[in-house]
Ligand binder design. Structure first.
Ligand code: SF4
Length: 103
């Protein structure tokens, strides 16, 4: 399976599961650990500057969860839900390979 297709499938699953959870359920959601299996699969780092650039060549400096279209926080929120990690919160300064620049 090509990486782009795998990413798409993971994204689809993430979006579907997030729809099943109410926003309120995220309020006290735990933070995603980098050791989390999904985090490992997506190369999630709580600090975008620590992304494995050799493995994730698509990463470019300046990209982070805070400016990703999947980030569900307001500007200034340090942590917020992301559909890739249903029921958990990601760091605004984090990054994963499902990153998609906010329009
Ligand atoms: Fe979610 Fe985007 Fe951050 Fe990946 S980069 S964890 S998709 S907000």
């Amino acid at each position: 399976m090509k990486a782009s297709r795998r990413t798409f499938l993971i994204s689809s699953i993430g979006v579907a599961s997030s729809l099943a959870l109410s926003r309120q359920a995220f309020a006290d959601a735990p933070k995603v650990a980098e050791s989390d299996p999904t985090a490992q699969a997506l190369g999630y780092k709580e600090d975008a500057s620590k992304v494995d650039k050799a493995k994730f060549a698509k990463y470019a400096p300046g990209q982070d969860c805070g400016n990703c279209s999947f980030y569900q926080g307001k500007a200034g929120d340090a942590y917020a839900p992301c559909p890739m990690f249903a029921g958990k919160q990601v760091a605004a300064k984090g990054w994963c390979s499902a990153y998609n620049k906010k329009a």
